[in-house]
Write a protein that binds this ligand. Structure first.
Ligand SMILES: C[S@@+](CC[C@H](N)C(=O)[O-])C[C@H]1O[C@@H](n2cnc3c(N)ncnc32)[C@H](O)[C@@H]1O
Length: 272
């Protein structure tokens, strides 16, 4: 396990990226929101969190705010959602997309929430914990701000579960090595249940949802390394490797042989 404080991915501090990469990241969040496989994950998570009218919910790492707005519609009448993200540029995009629902947009850090104890009925945190230097501090914060009896729902990827078929294996292995730095918290998804147990949450349930992509185009929303349009910025590709890899992905796609699977975990617990 990695020491707290050393971990960094492109999503750890979005505002430090060049503006064209921020735009691409927002576009990626939009493509993910529209993706049928991500929608399937969100359905499982909604069933776990059970948003209900009158509740005050917190969406931590809300990105462009799609989920916060959806949750807001589900807690009406009388409820509200705090949509929080570390990135000011991301929150600015979320605010521009405000649809008039009961959503309050804020910048803040998942690992040190500026919210009182027991101040929300539930927390949603989707594909954020893998980007945090201190995941356990964030989970402790989610438990602290949620009232007893409230639910904490954390959704995250298990990058070690990623498997491809139809592409040349030795080339794929080379690519994984080049991308290694991005996936240092590779098993975050499967660790959520254990981490939530250690933070004192009860009634734990963890559901693995395996995403399936039968073409490179459908996988691109979730797997930027098969996307020719993805910026290379965050990754140092060895000379010529990206070109060889993308040509192989294109060949596998054209032959109808490309296949990718990736498991995302939905973990939920109740605050005691
Ligand atoms: C992969 S995106 C997911 C966004 C959104 N949850 C969704 O599913 O579309 C990760 C988000 O986590 C945010 N983030 C990263 N570190 C954070 C922190 N310490 N506190 C709050 N948000 C953070 C990023 O700015 C980014 O918007």
């Amino acid at each position: 396990m990695e020491a707290a404080g050393t971990h960094h991915t492109p999503f750890t501090d979005v505002d430090t990226l060049p503006s064209d990469e921020i735009d691409w990241m927002i576009g990626m969040l939009d493509r993910m929101s529209a993706d049928p496989e991500i929608r399937r994950v969100r359905e499982v998570a909604r069933a776990a969190l059970r948003p209900a009218p009158g509740q005050r919910l917190l969406d931590v790492g809300c990105g462009a705010g799609d989920v916060a707005r959806d949750l807001a519609a589900r807690v009406r009448p009388g409820g509200s959602v705090v949509a929080l993200d570390y990135s000011a540029s991301t929150i600015a995009v979320a605010e521009r997309r405000h649809d008039g629902g009961p959503v309050e947009y804020r910048t803040g850090d998942a690992q040190a929430l500026d919210l009182p104890d027991d101040s929300v009925d539930g927390v949603w945190c989707e594909r954020v914990v893998q980007h945090l230097p201190d995941p356990d501090a964030a989970l402790a914060e989610f438990a602290r701000v949620t009232r007893p009896g409230g639910r904490v729902c954390v959704i995250d990827t298990d990058w070690q579960s990623l498997a491809l078929d139809g592409v040349r294996e030795e080339l794929y292995t080379e690519v994984l090595q080049a991308l290694g730095g991005l996936f240092t918290k590779a098993a975050t998804g499967r660790s959520l249940r254990r981490r939530m147990l250690a933070r004192g949450l009860g009634d734990l349930a963890a559901t693995p949802v395996t995403l399936f992509f039968g073409t490179p185009e459908s996988a691109a929303a979730v797997l930027p390394f098969v996307d020719p349009a993805a910026p290379t910025g965050p990754v140092t590709w060895p000379e010529g490797l990206r070109e060889r890899w993308l040509a192989e992905v294109e060949r596998a796609g054209a032959a109808g042989e490309f296949l990718a699977v990736l498991t995302i975990w939905v973990a939920v617990g109740t605050v005691r």
